[in-house]
Design a protein around this ligand. Structure first.
Ligand SMILES: NC(=O)c1ccc[n+]([C@@H]2O[C@H](COP(=O)([O-])OP(=O)(O)OC[C@H]3O[C@@H](n4cnc5c(N)ncnc54)[C@H](OP(=O)(O)O)[C@@H]3O)[C@@H](O)[C@H]2O)c1
Length: 292
């Protein structure tokens, strides 16, 4: 089953030399603890690729049933089959477009009867180049997916979790969230929104038994670079991301997973904000020099 999935996965056109995203992950320490702490089901958006898929597999390895959310139903179904055949958990697919308000409503409706205790909101995408040269519809769609859907999902599941007095929420921020970023200005602004939202609701929801973590990775090789048209040659794999935020639930508010995000954080830490903007402009200039 694993070999077959891997072969099919390669057929999707991903790098054959990369570690298979479908390789089973080791069961985490305290696996059943996560299920007992939050409930049986985790909702993972962006599960068809990259970081979200990695979260889905890790959480399944930790004993949680998973709701797999993205637009590509066939890819989600393949992942769900892999998860169910590899781990002793259930996987269900909800294929929706989170850029649309009815996509978020459909997900809420489809999970109404499930004992959901964890939300990982990883669906998102980026754009690159000078803001005024981009297509406005793409920029607004990015706000819809990266911000509007995250707000709606966090509002919905946050309220559910607070009512049941237990739950966990992981939001995908980014290294770019902590200052303006020339040539990825709107993308960085969407991630600043997510970072700020996570920090604020962490304090609000903590007393209600709901743990909130913001996950702020550096460059990760995934479907992201292609869609954003960014050169991601210096990057880590998605497997560097998921474990640390899961372990941070209930302990820390922001996690910067992987050595690369830490190196980049340290290299920016002593600069004033304007200096960080300038430095990120240089970095992003290198990642987008193929664009006008
Ligand atoms: N890669 C990086 O360098 C990096 C660094 C920091 C933060 N992040 C953040 O991490 C998150 C995941 O990124 P990634 O690297 O895993 O990118 P990815 O490999 O491109 O995956 C993005 C996921 O989001 C889903 N998605 C995109 N638009 C959607 C929509 N309208 N409705 C529903 N699902 C949608 C995609 O699925 P479908 O196409 O099937 O819909 C896919 O599953 C994003 O929020 C990103 O901003 C990424």
């Amino acid at each position: 089953m694993h070999d077959a999935s891997f072969t099919e996965h390669r057929a999707h056109g991903l790098d054959a030399s990369a570690p298979s995203p479908f390789a089973p992950r080791p069961t985490a320490d305290g696996a059943t603890a996560l299920r007992e702490r939050y409930g049986a089901w985790a909702v993972v958006t962006g599960a068809s690729d990259g970081i979200g898929r990695e979260f889905a597999i890790r959480l399944a390895a930790s004993g949680l049933d998973v709701v797999l959310v993205a637009r590509r139903a066939a890819v989600l179904a393949e992942l769900g089959a892999f998860i169910e055949s590899t781990y002793d958990v259930r996987a269900t697919v909800v294929a929706v477009d989170l850029a649309r308000a009815d996509g978020v409503r459909e997900l809420a409706r489809r999970t109404e009867e499930l004992d959901v205790g964890l939300l990982v909101a990883a669906a998102g995408f980026g754009t690159a180049g000078r803001f005024i040269d981009g297509i406005l519809e793409d920029e607004l769609e990015m706000i819809d997916v990266n911000c509007r859907a995250v707000a709606a999902l966090t509002h919905h599941y946050g309220a559910r979790f607070a009512k049941q007095r237990r739950g966990g929420i992981v939001l995908l921020s980014s290294l770019v969230a902590f200052q303006g970023v020339p040539r990825a200005a709107n993308y960085a602004a969407t991630k600043a929104y997510v970072q700020s939202l996570a920090e604020g609701i962490r304090s609000e929801l903590g007393p209600a038994g709901v743990d909130v973590v913001s996950c702020a990775p550096g460059p990760i090789s995934s479907g992201f670079g292609k869609r954003a048209r960014m050169n991601m040659s210096l990057s880590l794999g998605p497997e560097a991301v998921a474990q640390a935020p899961i372990e941070a639930l209930g302990k820390r508010g922001t996690v910067r997973p992987g050595w690369l995000s830490k190196v980049l954080e340290w290299s920016l830490a002593l600069l004033p904000r304007w200096g960080r903007v300038r430095m990120m402009g240089i970095v992003m200039g290198g990642m987008t020099k193929h664009l006008a």
